[in-house]
Design a protein around this ligand. Structure first.
Ligand code: FAD
Length: 341
């Protein structure tokens, strides 16, 4: 055996849209393998805002982003999708028989009848602030996202930034942390005014500290942070802190997908709105990565796109086979696939 992994559908990206497409493809008997650069499923929901409630998922008046990912994983469980994490899909080659050979930066080789690009904004990486020596503390005391609020319990926390992430986490972590100091280079914020007002109210009550300035240096040893130097209008002050959360935004890079010969428009992949197929037949693009007139970058849009894409993918994999439209509520055969009958 040459180690090549064969699958009906290779899905690039295990964000919410990639996950839901397993369900729609599974109902049509298509087997899926998902590949993601991250170490777990969930895309932006799991990586950027797991504990935030989402209010516009149909049927869920409120659900945390990680809660949604967990529900999606439960929903696709009957189809037993395969996952490969911690690898970036690197190259794509169209074979003579119309199938695709795809490789990753870990040298995996996949052969798939259909490729679904559900790569969101591409590979996203937090922007590192220009603080000398910050690398030495990353992963121990400096974090660019909050995976679990509990990890910050009892810490002297320094949050830097002026956008929604900085303000949201200042407010959310204030009850958990031992102390919170927010640093932003000016007293005006880009965040929601309500969050800014709440932050100033907590400052009034002396429940947190806000300093205008920029972090100019860090002290500590062996990855353990002791304090940060903050340069402000009145000079430099030292702020004791054991955790630093800088929120300077994210860079999203399309990465190797840009080299696959697909038509691109401003780093997005144009698709039709019948099949959500790219300029290369057999390669589909759904979720945040695609563009078409009227596109909304919402999770629910991606779910709709997944349903229509799956119909077209099935027609490609099984040409000539009649696809009968069925409801999950009333179809015995779909219910058998879902294991509920
Ligand atoms: P993503 O979630 O971006 O997932 C794409 C995945 O592809 C990632 O895991 C990435 O690592 C992977 N990937 C990319 N390139 C490669 C590659 N070459 N190889 C391997 N893997 C790759 N939407 C709503 O509908 N409602 C909301 O309330 C809402 N709130 C939001 C709040 C915040 C703070 C943010 C940042 C976004 C919010 N969104 C919201 C937007 C929503 O999260 C996105 O629309 C959704 O995540 C898009 O899903 P996706 O699966 O298309 O892409």
């Amino acid at each position: 055996m040459d180690g090549t992994i064969k699958t009906d559908v290779l899905i690039v990206g295990a964000g919410p849209v990639g996950l839901f497409s397993v369900f729609e493809l599974g109902l049509l008997d298509l087997e899926c393998h998902l590949v993601d650069i991250l170490d777990r499923p969930g895309g932006q929901c799991a990586e950027l805002y797991p504990e935030k409630p989402i209010y516009d998922i149909p049927g869920w008046p409120s659900i945390s982003a990680q809660g949604l990912v967990d529900k999606l994983l439960e929903q696709i469980e009957p189809f037993k999708p395969a996952f490969s994490f911690n690898r970036m899909v690197a190259t794509l080659e169209r074979l003579e028989d119309g199938t695709f050979r795809v490789t990753t930066d870990e040298n995996d080789v996949f052969e798939a009848k259909v490729v679904v690009i559900a790569a969101g904004g591409g590979s996203f990486q937090p922007k590192r602030p220009p603080i000398p020596g910050i690398e030495a503390f990353e992963g121990n005391s400096v974090f660019y996202s909050v995976r679990r609020m509990e990890d910050f319990r009892g810490h002297d926390l320094l949050i830097v930034g002026g956008g929604d992430s900085a303000l949201d986490w200042t407010l959310n972590l204030q009850p958990v942390a031992k102390s919170v100091t927010l640093v932003h280079r000016r007293p005006e914020f880009r965040a929601a005014p309500d969050s800014v007002n709440k932050m100033y109210a907590l400052q009034e009550m002396k429940k947190l500290r806000f300093e205008v300035g920029q972090v100019s240096g860090l002290t500590g040893a062996d990855g353990q942070l002791a304090s940060a130097l903050v340069k402000g209008p009145d000079g430099e002050i030292e702020v004791p802190c054991t955790r630093l959360l800088p929120f300077f935004g994210l860079t999203m890079k399309l990465g190797p997908i840009a080299e696959w010969g697909l038509n691109l428009h401003e780093n997005l992949i144009p698709v039709d709105t019948e099949k959500f197929e790219t300029s290369v037949p057999g390669i589909f693009a759904i979720g945040d990565i695609n563009t078409y007139p009227g596109k909304l970058k919402l999770i629910l849009s991606g779910f709709h796109e997944a349903a229509l894409m799956a119909q077209a993918a099935k027609r490609r994999v099984s040409p000539g086979e009649r696809i009968v439209f069925q409801y999950t509520t009333s179809s015995t055969s779909l219910q058998k696939k879902l294991g509920v009958r």
